[in-house]
Design a protein around this ligand. Structure first.
Ligand SMILES: CC(C)(COP(=O)(O)OP(=O)(O)OC[C@H]1O[C@@H](n2cnc3c(N)ncnc32)[C@H](O)[C@@H]1OP(=O)(O)O)[C@@H](O)C(=O)NCCC(=O)NCCS
Length: 206
């Protein structure tokens, strides 16, 4: 297990994958998309699409290498987490979310394993900080705290007690202030509003 020291992650030991508990953490593949979306609906309900954080994800790709799933012994997706590139006043960070675990698997360590693996991969890729909106009692055990986001805002309403940060490198959020903005690569096939097909007027018989 990684060791958490206040709000810094020290990635000096291998990450637990939960293999002994019957699941593994894996990179998300394109074929996982439908299962991931079904899982998110089941774990979080349709309201999830109206969350303020969704504005930082819409039309963007997750940060490179930071879309993970948990799979059961049959390879089925039972958990998901993704991280997204954001920045505030030019200071880069990652936005984490959604993290969700299939209700049948909740309480088995899947969420913790996903989070630890995601943080370890973020460290390995040189990222300095992770921000999220979530239940503080759950994320506190990984070192997230609301103090690190005091100078930050989101592009919409946010419960400040749930607006949390973790520095992977000490001081990575120094000087970060104002509204977080999406800074990741744009998705190639962002959804466009449906437009009815053009119909040609019928040719009059002469
Ligand atoms: C929150 C969630 C991701 C946790 O994943 P999980 O695999 O069930 O959690 P783990 O097995 O890793 O950890 C279980 C521990 O976390 C605690 N816990 C779980 N959800 C919690 C929450 N929302 N707030 C506080 N503690 C929580 C459990 O009580 C348990 O504590 P213990 O170790 O002291 O017994 C999962 O329950 C979930 O998908 N919930 C619905 C979606 C959601 O709310 N996601 C956003 C999280 S804010």
């Amino acid at each position: 297990m990684n060791q958490l020291v206040t709000n810094q992650l020290v990635a000096d030991q291998p990450v637990a994958t939960g293999a002994a508990a019957g699941f593994v953490i894996d990179s998300e593949r394109p074929a996982d998309e439908k299962a991931r979306e079904r899982l998110l609906d089941r774990a979080m309900g349709p309201e999830r699409r109206r969350k303020t954080c969704e504005r930082l994800r819409a039309g963007r790709l997750p940060a490179d290498g930071l879309a993970l799933v948990a799979r059961d012994a049959l390879g089925r997706v039972i958990g998901t987490v993704r991280l997204w590139n954001v920045q505030a006043s030019g200071v880069p960070a990652l936005m984490l979310g959604p993290l969700a675990v299939d209700p049948w698997w909740q309480g088995c360590g899947v969420g913790a394993a996903l989070l630890r693996e995601a943080l370890a991969r973020a460290v390995a890729r040189g990222h300095g900080a992770v921000i999220l909106v979530g239940d503080a009692p759950y994320y506190a055990r990984f070192g997230f705290s609301p103090q690190l986001t005091e100078a930050l805002d989101l592009p919409g309403p946010v419960d400040r007690a749930r607006f949390l940060g973790l520095e992977l490198k000490p001081g990575a959020l120094d000087g970060a202030r104002g509204c977080l903005r999406a800074s990741g690569a744009k998705a190639a096939f962002a959804r466009v509003p449906h437009r009815p097909a053009l119909t040609m007027p019928a040719r009059r018989a002469s």
